[in-house]
Design a protein around this ligand. Structure first.
Ligand code: PHE
Length: 447
């Protein structure tokens, strides 16, 4: 066991975890959910959810991972609670479920990087999206995206994931900040800022039942919770590292990137459409691609450059998330069965590629996979994990949290108390509200 890898540096772990967290959830979904759920009102609830629910929950996953120093499934046996292995198994399943279609969207993004360079979508963004989002094109780019993901995971923790994310994450931050400055110079940006940043609390109160579960699930997805990813990554951390300090850094950076993405996307939309475009409401998988691409198309030559840079940043963010999803199952079969890492990464990448061809064949499948993940798999998985850490591990979790920290004897018990009560109740409420609307599921396409 002594040859199990660890992160080379503390920053390496933080960047990898931020890389996992920052992804399509921040840059693709967050601005669109914001724009269709009342703007700043949604942002306000999201911030509360990220810090009051997401942060305690991510610390819970870190505690399990570092205590066990093992993959997300065997972790529960290692810490003497084999019956709870079900949490790891559900997380692993959820992660694979999500990766299968996440990679399809990653493929679209790759396609759009190329399309921006040539101006391919400028003439008619709607038709362009319809032609590349399904069928042979979509399958081919999905294959490339999955292969890139497996390629990085195959190199392992230090040489693959840590090295890659060390370059990727700072680049995402820098480029997005640059784009936000560019967006600021567009006429009409100020209308977007008003919508984005000053909450309408009346709207919030009227729509609480909708906004809250959306914002909470968005926080889970964005923080990569409930998929074994954070358990796996934290299993490679040393004992002298402070989990609360690292966890807070990760949540702050992840939230910051989401906000920054909104500062890029919303001005573009307002400049183009004068408000949030109708087509974006309902969200639909194509919202980002069609409406943002329309905005780029109308910026002329500048649009090519900005479009290229924008989709490139989305691509690297998506890739650094996808690797954390593939790492969950890879670490499991490497730890448990001694599989060769390369074989495992490409083998599972291949299987998930095949599953994802369903979503690449019909966006209705993609929407269906995504809805099941959001409304059901994620909240159930987070609920079990939070319950386990709070009520089953309890004092052991406290002990692990305190390792590597200076004195946190007031913070730690408050954390455990939050996990046991407020966080647990909030996750349960999110699950119930989400399941309650499962009947709104899009009909499944027939073969
Ligand atoms: N957090 C990532 C995002 O926002 C998605 C993800 C979820 C990645 C779970 C890994 C694990 O896009």
């Amino acid at each position: 066991m002594s040859d199990r890898e660890t992160w080379a540096t503390r920053v390496g772990f933080i960047l990898a975890a931020v890389g996992s967290a920052v992804g399509l959830g921040n840059i693709w979904q967050f601005p669109f959910k914001t724009s269709t759920n009342g703007g700043a009102a949604f942002v306000f609830v999201y911030l509360l959810a990220a810090f009051l629910i997401g942060l305690p929950a991510i610390l819970g996953e870190f505690v399990v991972g570092r205590r066990a120093k093992r993959n997300a499934i065997e972790a529960f046996e290692r810490i003497d609670h084999p019956a709870w292995t079900v949490i790891g198994a559900l997380g692993l399943f959820t992660g694979m479920w999500i990766l299968s279609y996440y990679s399809v969207v990653g493929g679209w993004v790759l396609r759009y990087v190329l399309g921006s360079a040539t101006g391919a979508y400028f003439g008619n963004p709607g038709d362009y999206f319809a032609s590349v989002s399904v069928g042979a094109d979509a399958v081919a780019f999905h294959a490339v995206f999955m292969a890139l993901t497996a390629g990085i995971v195959a190199f392992g923790i230090e040489d693959g994931i840590e090295k890659a994310t060390k370059v990727m994450v700072p680049s995402v931050l820098a480029i997005l900040a640059g784009l936000a400055v560019y967006a600021f110079t567009l006429d009409g940006a100020s209308a977007a800022y008003g919508y984005y940043l000053s909450p309408d609390f009346g709207y919030l109160l009227d729509n609480l039942g909708n906004i809250v579960p959306f914002a909470v699930s968005q926080a889970f997805f964005s923080l990569s919770l409930g998929m074994g990813a954070m358990i796996t990554y934290s299993s490679y951390i040393d004992e002298d590292q402070s989990l609360p300090a690292d966890g807070s850094t990760i949540v702050v950076l992840n939230t910051f990137v989401g906000l920054l993405a909104g500062l890029v996307v919303l001005p573009l939309l307002f400049v183009q459409f004068g408000s949030v475009p109708e087509g974006a409401s309902g969200g639909g998988p194509g919202a980002l691609f069609v409406s943002v691409a329309t905005a780029f198309g109308n910026l002329g030559m500048a649009g090519r450059v900005v479009g290229l840079v924008f989709f490139f940043v989305v691509l690297i963010a998506a890739l650094s998330s996808a690797i954390s999803l593939l790492e969950v199952v890879t670490s499991y079969v490497v730890d448990k069965y001694g599989y060769d890492r390369k074989v495992a990464a490409f083998g599972f990448g291949g299987v998930l590629f095949l599953v994802g061809t369903l979503a690449a064949g019909d966006t209705a499948w993609l929407g269906w996979f995504d809805t099941i993940a959001y409304k059901f798999l994620l909240p159930v998985s987070v609920l079990l994990a939070v319950y386990f850490v709070g009520w089953v591990l309890g004092p052991v979790a406290l002990d692990e949290l305190e390792k590597g920290t200076d004195d946190i004897s007031t913070f730690a018990p408050a954390w455990l108390w939050m996990i046991r009560t407020f966080v647990l109740a909030a996750v349960l409420a999110t699950l119930l509200l989400g399941v309650n609307t499962l009947y709104e599921m899009p009909a499944l396409p027939s073969f």
